[in-house]
Each structure stands twice: as structure tokens, then as C-alpha cells.
Write a protein that binds this ligand. Sequence first.
Ligand SMILES: [Fe+2]
Length: 202
Amino acid sequence: MQRTRTVENLTYAIGFVVSLVEAAPVPVPEPVDPSEPLPTGVLADIAAGIAAARPLWGAVVHHDTECRRPVRLLATERYEVWVIGWTPGQGVELHDHGGSAGTFVVTSGTLTEVLPRPGAAPVERSLVSGRVRHVPVGAVHDVVNRAAGPATSIHVYSPPLTSMTYYDPDTLEPMLTVPQVPEEPLLVDRAPSFLLHPANRA
Ligand SMILES: [Fe+2]
């Protein structure tokens, strides 16, 4: 008798929970605006993940003393990933990333990020391997290799870059806006998923 009552109570409880679940409103996902940058935490995860997957880019990064030759590795509607090699003395010049947010991580060597301040000396940050930096939409900065040896970094932009504006280092006034023409990303097909598997990492 006691056992029968216990089963009845349990059945009632399960039915009650099921009715609650059925009555709960089904959440409707927010529509995604592809022009909105991904959250900084997501960009940091992407940058760190690609940085750790050295077989993806180790053989294609250029350390060219004549000029920097960034390589576009991946591109989606929401973000793109570049690997950049820097020889000593190479830098970008003061710039922004248009309507894109940026995140970059140094994977070898040491880079210096320069952050201008109106009426004051710029702030400089020395970025060793593993340091992740976020560059919000509209922020102006420069990245320079002031070290004695080469450096490498992984850069994520969200949404993908469409323009960059360069600034006068003295007046901090915009000087030139350069449209960014998308290049075909180097990694296509199934190469990333294969190389990102832990068994295939160096
Ligand atoms: Fe930048």
C-alpha cells in the first residue's frame, strides 16, 4: 500500500514538472547583427586558440625585412584572423580599425603597443609572448617591434576589417582612410578542423 502511494506521488510529481516545462515560453534567439563585434571574451578565445594551433600558421608567417606581409588565415561573416610577422623596427603607424574591434596576442618575441594621448606623451606597453590585447572600436594605437629579434602575433577583427584610418602622431588628426579589400583566407576547406584537433597539434 505504501509502495503504491509512493509511485502515485512520484508520477504526480513528474507530471507536474512536465507540465511546467511544457508551459514555459520557448526562448526566441535574438537576431544576430553581423555588423556587431563579437564579445571581447569570444575574440580572446579565438585569438588564443589560433595562437595555440601553431601548425595552422607556423609555416606561412612572413618575417620579411623589406616589409610586413600579414597573412589572412580565416574569414567568416563575424570575424577574421591574421598572422603577422614583425622584424626589428617594423611597425604600423597610428591607426584605428574602422568599425571593427580587434584582439591580438603575441606568440613569439616582444611587441610594443603605443597608445596616444592628446597633449601628453603616449603610453607604451611592452607585450611579451602570450599577452592578449583588446582594441575597442574607434581606438587608435600603433604596434611596433622595438626588440632585437623577430616577433609574431595573431590578430582577430570583428567584424572583418573594411577600412583603417591613419593618424598624425603629433596632432592625432586623421590623415588617411584606406579601404581594406578582403583577401581570400589561406585556410579553407577542412584544414583548420584537422589541424585544430589536439592530436595534430605540434
Ligand atoms: Fe591595430
